[in-house]
Design a protein around this ligand. Sequence first.
Ligand SMILES: C[S@@+](CC[C@H](N)C(=O)[O-])C[C@H]1O[C@@H](n2cnc3c(N)ncnc32)[C@H](O)[C@@H]1O
Length: 374
Amino acid sequence: MSAQKTPAPASPVTHATTTGMTGGGFYNQNSTPQWDATAAVLEHLEAAADALPIDGNGPVCLADFGCSEGRNSIAALSKPVTRLVRRTDRPIQTIHSDLPTNDFSSLLRSLRPEGHSVFGHPNVYSSVVGGSMYDQLLPDRSLHIATTFNAIGFLSRKPIATLPGYIFPNGPSAVRNNGFVSEQDQAAFSKLARQDIATFLKARARELVPGGKLLLQVFGANETASTCDGIYDLLNDAVLCFVEDGSISQDVYEAYFQPVYMRTLEELTGPVNDPALGAAGLFQIDYAISYEIPVSFNQRFSAVGDLDAYARDYVNFFRAFTEAVLRNALPANDQRDTLVEQIYEKAIQLLKASPDLYPFRYIAVAALMTRTRN
Ligand SMILES: C[S@@+](CC[C@H](N)C(=O)[O-])C[C@H]1O[C@@H](n2cnc3c(N)ncnc32)[C@H](O)[C@@H]1O
């Protein structure tokens, strides 16, 4: 079991444990699996837009929480926006929200290409809001559709200070089995993951109008696999190479973990009706699903067999969402940037040497909900 010290903040933003994804266009370029996982549930968002009560005045407002650099966020919201502009003359507002430390620059450049809304309609207006999705960020009853994709797995805080045997709360895969997380530590993360859903629901419940829709989607786990398998085994192995050669101390290794949790469908939907968590009655679940998407870089590797391209795409994929936390966990000295480069380069080498050790599958869970009139 890990020592229960007060965790150091992993992010300068309250109710957050990362500063965001790797910026400068890197996340946009390396997030095709996240898009594929998002696209798989968009038909439900379109149906929600068709059924949305939109009598009244003022803008019909859609907000996406955890938008990152925005490529996937714009593509996702374009589906309900297209349905809504057919139904109403009311202005439509899209809000793209992420942590204030997120790199919003690609998104800001994308929202009005050539002076027109990227959503292809003059009555659509877009804006950006910085803040933690675990806080209320929009006025009471101002929002009609809320979404979050591949984001609520990022926990609001670190529930324990150290994770001595592995770098990810759910533990290593059965295939690689290269570390350990105690049951007690796993339980601390599972408990917080449930609380985080309730906290998110309470914030969105204030923002949404009665009858408003919430689509909650995130990477997760089922009985056969978890979306952490493979990628975190590889990152763990790469980091341990630098612990072994003395570049990273044992203390730094034990204090470093990615504060992300892979939920089952029950862990996603249970908090919606759990009276102990304080969000029961705020939402009614319309639809819930656990699903798996084919992974684009796995498919390319199967078809073409290019190991170099596979290793680069696989490592860039997880680098985009792990780099900020890894960098912040390492001592802030002149060597830090070089060490980060070396760790991801080592991951590429390890994967090329033994691709069968690190199979990766993308499991996701999602629920579409309606804000009740409570
Ligand atoms: C893997 S990216 C997903 C981006 C996009 N939704 C997609 O599906 O491609 C996760 C995003 O969640 C954001 N995030 C993490 N913790 C957050 C928090 N507490 N509040 C708001 N956003 C958060 C990160 O900054 C990051 O941009």
